[in-house]
Design a binder for this molecule. Structure first.
Ligand SMILES: Cc1cc2nc3c(=O)[nH]c(=O)nc-3n(C[C@H](O)[C@H](O)[C@H](O)COP(=O)(O)O)c2cc1C
Ligand code: SF4
Length: 688
């Protein structure tokens, strides 16, 4: 299909200093949880973005020296020859597709504890470690600043030698350079502190020195916050940072603009919508003639075009949209915008960096698997036989298995008990703020609808007899999981002795089915992610008084990994939810709930009319086990395989279910070595 001419502007080449990007699609720096630890995995991941049409593809934050080490978060590094070799795998793959490669040089300052390198962290002043590790960064003296400038220059030269086309000065995200800029952290009395001119001095020096070192061949970009500390979502404050931008306006070749509040810049869709940085940064193009890029979880080509045409940006920056769909630019170029796999704003991708593990994505199960499993997000090998496949259950796992099997060319029969597809995704996307999660379902339904080899049977609650009657070659059970209603979970290892009466006890399944409590309700959150607090929000919207009890020390502890915890806790407080942390639910008798302090064992009672238990889920695997038994006993027909996937195999996050369905489809009729299911990436040894 031809590209819609409305989107032509997105495909104009743009000059960035000495280099030219082939279009306006710019993958801004983002971590992968791979960094220097997994060079081939990360190179293949970046190469895939270039293949998918991104005109610029950047690294993650890339340490310039061992004095800036962020383990357990696997940053990239540009310390030595080995790093140059590792990065050049990426730059070659990116260049193969005519894209530019960018390296984000990073100095952590008080945010890096240096637990790997054991170097003492340095910053603008004597500062506490900003992630709460009981270390401090020492104040840099003039010779330290000179050393830092030398490290930065040498790292820029190594970036150039690794083949990068764009080299960053990274002056934001509360790392060292932003501490120099901020009047809150910069207490210096020398020429690097005090006035704005003094506070921008180091950034200015680094821009000039990077240009001097590599500027003949590489563009120099600066990542910079458009707003000041103290901004909020709706009221940007852009006084000091605007002045700083004006001072430095023409120095770099490109401005990569973000904002102070990371939980906004990279906000989950529950709180932050597409294009939300505009109010904070729309002035930037008026103070510089250099190209400007910003972010905003852009997945709509119309929103992108609007940003360009209204003169807000020159490039469309993207981290998450490029993770969810590395082929987003190509799909726009080919006039296939309805095939875009839109990011849902869940931030599961960020948990990879938070936990030091390879990046995963709810929408894109192939991310991180490009090299080690050879998975391509858009291509899948043709079927390995003429077998047909019966998939039972159209939730995220069943839908993804059906989609990917259908793409391989198998005849797929998808049986769904309900009248609609999507399973838990459809239900959960009806909860407050989670509407965009329906994209997981919508993308897959759209793909399946166009496949002649896929038949979907609605209102088909299958039992053993039905399954056997189909006589499919392969049977896949994807019947999901159900929330337990007995209080059992992470903290209560056994069911509660007293939890009733049943009509006053609810699970998330009840709530999502529309069975709601009446009167004051205790939501017991032993799941620690979104479900407990989203249900609390739903009940508050019905004016039901809510007490949220959790055994952990704060609400939604795992939400910390997705960068949403602070906003969740604030939302609960703003909604008037009474929060009780560090307590476990012990009993409920219909009038009172008994809770126990996780530390002292002290117990107390709370008067409530209802309890919602948000604990763990149990696989809906009865059909699987009954089928297995029937097949063991002996039946006339026997499928070649009977497999369970997704939450039916083991309940997990939606990303896990999608991955499970995808993996099943990929591996059907292929040889998978049971002892070595994937290639193992690791750091290269030096030759010498
Ligand atoms: C998984 C992940 C890792 C990130 N790592 C970095 C990083 O290493 N350096 C950086 O400057 N920004 C990083 N960011 C922030 C992004 O560059 C970007 O500003 C933010 O995600 C908003 O853009 P988006 O809405 O297109 O995702 C990261 C974001 C994500 C989602
Ligand atoms: S994990 Fe979620 S937020 Fe991250 S890219 Fe995928 S869909 Fe978007």
């Amino acid at each position: 299909m031809a590209r819609d001419p409305r989107y032509d502007v997105l495909f104009e080449p743009i000059k960035i200093g000495p280099v030219t990007a082939k279009n306006r699609f710019y993958q801004v720096p983002h971590c992968t949880g791979l960094g220097w630890l997994r060079p081939r995995m990360v190179a293949a991941l970046r190469g895939m973005k270039a293949e998918g049409g991104w005109g610029v593809v950047c690294t993650e934050y890339c340490s310039i020296h061992p004095a800036s080490d962020d383990l357990p978060h696997p940053y990239a590094s540009l310390w030595d020859q080995g790093d140059i070799r590792a990065h050049s795998i990426m730059t070659e793959l990116v260049h193969e597709h005519g894209s530019l490669a960018g390296a984000e040089l990073w100095i952590g300052g008080a945010r890096s504890t240096n637990l790997f390198s054991n170097e003492v962290a340095m910053d603008v002043a004597n500062l506490p470690n900003s992630v709460g590790i009981p270390y401090q960064a020492r104040a840099m003296d003039k010779s330290d600043i000179r050393e830092l400038r030398r490290w930065h220059r040498n790292a820029a030269l190594r970036a150039r030698d690794a083949g990068f086309d764009i080299v960053y000065v990274y002056a934001t995200h509360h790392y060292l350079l932003s501490h120099f800029l901020s009047s809150k952290t910069n207490s210096r009395t020398d020429e690097y502190g005090g006035s704005l001119e003094n506070r921008v001095r180091l950034v200015r020096e680094l821009i000039e020195e990077t240009k001097d070192a590599v500027g003949d061949r590489c563009a120099v970009a600066v990542r910079f916050s458009a707003d000041d500390e103290g901004s909020d979502d709706d009221n940007p404050v852009t006084t000091e940072h605007r002045e700083m931008l004006e001072m430095l306006a023409e120095l770099p070749d490109l401005w990569d603009i973000n904002i102070q509040d990371y939980s906004h810049e990279m906000g989950v869709s529950r709180f932050i919508k597409e294009g939300s940085l505009e109010a904070h940064m729309s002035y930037v193009k008026s103070v510089t003639t250099k190209p400007v890029v910003t972010v905003g979880r852009f997945t709509s080509p119309d929103a992108m075009v609007s940003q360009v045409n209204r003169g807000i940006v020159d490039f469309i920056g993207a981290a998450r949209p490029s993770i969810a769909d590395p082929f987003l630019p190509k799909k726009i170029e080919d006039g296939r915008i309805d095939e875009i796999r839109e990011c849902i704003g869940c931030n599961i991708c960020y948990t990879g960096d938070s936990m030091g593990t390879p990046i995963r994505c709810t929408q894109n199960p192939t991310i991180s698997e490009e090299w080690r499993r050879g998975w391509h997000p858009e291509k899948i090998p043709p079927k390995g036989s003429d077998s047909n496949v019966l998939v039972i259950g159209g939730g995220p796992a069943g839908l993804e298995a059906t989609r990917a099997l259908g793409r391989r060319g198998y005849h797929v029969m998808l049986a769904e008990a309900q009248h609609t597809l999507g399973g838990r995704v459809s239900l959960e996307s009806e909860l407050p703020g989670l509407g965009e999660w329906a994209r997981v379902r919508n993308y897959r339904i759209h793909e399946i609808q166009n496949m002649h080899n896929v038949d979907v049977y609605f209102d088909n609650l299958m039992d053993v007899k039905h399954v056997l009657a189909v006589e499919a070659n392969h049977v896949v059970i994807a019947t999901g999981a159900s929330w337990l209603a007995d209080g059992r979970g992470l903290y209560n290892k056994t069911p509660l002795d007293e939890l009733g009466p049943p009509e006053q006890v609810f699970t998330p399944d009840d709530i999502m089915a529309g069975r709601l409590p009446e009167g004051p309700t205790l939501v017991y959150d032993d799941d620690h992610y979104y479900m407990g607090n989203v249900i609390a929000e739903l009940l508050r919207s019905k004016d039901i008084p809510v007490t949220l009890v959790t055994p952990k020390v704060m609400v939604s502890t795992w939400g910390d990994k997705t960068s949403e915890q602070g906003r969740v806790q604030r939302r609960m407080l703003e909604l008037g939810v009474d929060i009780i942390t560090s307590h476990t639910l012990i009993a409920f008798n219909g009038n009172e709930a008994e809770i126990e302090c996780a530390y002292t064992g002290n117990r107390r009672n709370i008067e409530v009319d209802a309890v919602v238990t948000v604990t763990i889920r149990s696989p809906n695997d009865t059909l699987f086990h009954e089928l297995q038994r029937s097949l063991e006993i002996g039946t006339d027909y026997k499928p070649n395989s009977l497999t369970r996937i997704g939450d039916c195999l083991t309940p997990t996050i939606i990303a896990g279910a999608v991955f499970s369905g995808h993996r099943y489809a990929r591996e059907l009729d292929t040889e998978v070595d049971p002892d070595n299911r994937m290639k193992y990436d690791r750091v290269f040894f030096e030759d010498e």
